[in-house]
Design a protein around this ligand. Structure first.
Ligand SMILES: *[C@@H]1O[C@H](CO)[C@@H](O)[C@H](O)[C@H]1NC(C)=O
Ligand SMILES: *[C@@H]1O[C@H](CO)[C@@H](O)[C@H](O)[C@H]1NC(C)=O
Length: 395
């Protein structure tokens, strides 16, 4: 591309991204404009401040002092005969604050397609990951796939992740507060315009812990989403405790990379050996080793505050009638013990058990894929399935 063609491209990209208007509730700061991994989307990136309050749980836990007490906590969480989450539940606790979050709003880079957007997808990443899960590399980007299919996406780092604020990991970064923050953002996104034209639909899209949060949002605010896409989650939890052990959690601040130096030791991450990441997340040999290494090297944190409180905010949604899609990696260890067809299709089991009244149910077991379906060779099979599901429901 010549210099003038490049400058024209940049100018049109900025015009597309700047055509996105949010109402004045959130003022985006540190704003930049850029492309998604394969350039299919123009993205406005920056930080917003959200005021939120929630009834969290007073957790009777402290951040670990070092590795030995954290390792014992992982044993306690996997001990038979006790319900650790119930044991450390100290009752309700009110929290509130103003939190700064990293966000990305992406629209089709093709200006004609950008003006036709009707549906925005609200993306929510999983634990020990961040917003990069959804736009990881060319060929491994749901943001690209969605933009190419005519959708806008909103992608962010949840509180306590990546470039967002990192408050108290035990008492503040919990599911109930994450739900209130997300709800506030969705209210603003519902009023967003692109080139003067309003968004008509918002679809909730989650992966793993982000799917649990999406389910929590629907439970309290069913009108937030016109349709739902759950990935990396099931009702089969037998593998979760074992996977949690395989994480070999360490206080992130002690990670030899130094990337998390200074963080409260309640921020945890996988151990610094690649197999701690491979066992729960990847299925060999169905991934590109360079993708694996990039993700391992950029892995993020998780906190007990979230892990121990999701259960208290998720439940079946027998009155939700909107379209619901479920996508699992066929060999997901965490939610299927490496066989999502056992004893029957776990995607179907999930959607039937949690959304019996949904007027349109979709399911897909993505072949040759572990938990991180967006980072296996077959990523685009899952992306295409979900986007096709939305189209078939006129979204
Ligand atoms: C959030 O709270 C702060 C401090 O209480 C206040 O100054 C600000 O206007 C609030 N922002 C919004 C968007 O409500
Ligand atoms: C997964 O489980 C199903 C149902 O029991 C079984 O038929 C199938 O052979 C299993 N697949 C693998 C790869 O083990």
């Amino acid at each position: 591309m010549g210099v003038s063609a490049f400058l024209m491209r940049v100018a049109s990209l900025i015009a597309v991204a700047q055509g996105v208007q949010l109402d004045t509730t959130f003022v985006m700061s540190q704003t930049t404009v850029g492309l998604s991994a394969a350039g299919k989307a123009a993205c406005l990136r920056g930080k917003i401040k959200v005021n939120a309050s929630a009834t969290n749980t007073k957790l009777l836990v402290k951040s670990p002092v070092g590795q030995p007490d954290l390792t014992q906590t992982t044993v306690d969480m996997a001990t038979v005969g006790i319900d650790y989450a119930a044991m450390v539940n100290g009752g309700p606790s009110q929290v509130s604050g103003t939190y700064q979050l990293y966000v990305e709003l992406c629209v089709p880079a093709d200006p004609v397609a950008a003006l036709k957007v009707q549906t925005l997808q609200f993306l929510n990443h999983g634990g020990t990951l961040d917003h990069t899960y959804w736009d990881f590399a060319p060929g491994y980007s749901y943001v690209d796939a969605a933009a190419a299919a005519g959708y806008a996406t909103f992608n962010y780092d949840r509180l306590g992740y990546g470039l967002s604020d990192h408050p108290d990991p035990n008492q503040v970064v919990q599911a109930a507060l994450q739900r209130e923050i997300a709800h506030q953002i969705i209210q603003v996104l519902r009023k967003a315009t692109i080139g003067g034209i309003g968004i008509k639909n918002v679809v909730g899209v989650g992966h793993s812990a982000g799917s649990a949060l999406t389910l929590a949002i629907v439970g309290k605010y069913p009108a937030d989403f016109d349709a739902l896409i759950f990935t990396g989650i099931s009702t089969s939890i037998e593998g979760v405790a074992r996977a949690q052990i395989s994480f070999n959690l360490i206080p992130a601040a002690l990670d030899p990379s130094g990337r998390f130096a200074g963080l409260d030791k309640g921020y945890l991450t996988q151990g610094a050996v690649p197999q701690d990441f491979q066992f729960p997340f990847y299925r060999y040999p169905d991934f590109d080793p360079t993708i694996f290494k990039k993700q391992f090297d950029t892995r993020q944190t998780t906190v007990l505050g979230e892990l121990l409180t999701f259960n208290s905010v998720i439940a079946p949604q027998p009155t939700y009638t909107g379209p619901v899609d479920v996508v699992l990696g066929q060999q997901d260890y965490i939610f299927c013990q490496a066989n999502c067809s056992y004893p029957t299709d776990q995607a179907q089991t999930f959607v039937n058990a949690l959304f019996p009244a949904s007027k349109s149910k979709g399911t897909f077991l993505q072949p040759k894929s572990g938990h991180l379906i967006a980072q296996h060779y077959n990523a685009n099979a899952g992306f295409s399935h979900s986007l096709q599901f939305l189209k078939s429901n006129s979204l």
